[in-house]
Structures are given as structure tokens and as C-alpha cells.
Write a new protein. Structure first.
Length: 62
């Protein structure tokens, strides 16, 4: 593993973040990519994190 990747992963772990890998339908990825472009985001991760937060908060609020 390249040093830069290892350093990035170490920083994420130190910040209390956990990697999550899953398969999702292509149309969801396309929708995420459209939102990413609209916001000028450089990655999908912040969009997915926000969507998960909204979903969990909505489910806990019921």
C-alpha cells in the first residue's frame, strides 16, 4: 500500500471513522454523482454520509 494511502487511512481511523463497503444499484450511484457534481464535491463520501444521517435521524424521529 502506498504511503499516502496508508497515512490517509491512519488519519481517518484516528478521527474515529470506519470504512464501509457495499454494493448499491447503479441508479443510486448515478444519483449520488449528479448531487456530487451539483455541489462541486470531489468525492461521493460526503454525499453518502449526509444521506445516511438524514435517513437515520428520520427513522429515529418516528
Amino acid at each position: 500500500m502506498r504511503r499516502g494511502v496508508a497515512a490517509h487511512r491512519a488519519r481517518q481511523i484516528a478521527a474515529g471513522r470506519v470504512a464501509l463497503n457495499t454494493y448499491v444499484p447503479g441508479e443510486l450511484v448515478e444519483a449520488i454523482d449528479r448531487i456530487k457534481e451539483q455541489r462541486g464535491a470531489s468525492a461521493r463520501a460526503p454525499i453518502i454520509e449526509e444521506a445516511l444521517r438524514f435517513y437515520i435521524e428520520a427513522k429515529q424521529g418516528t
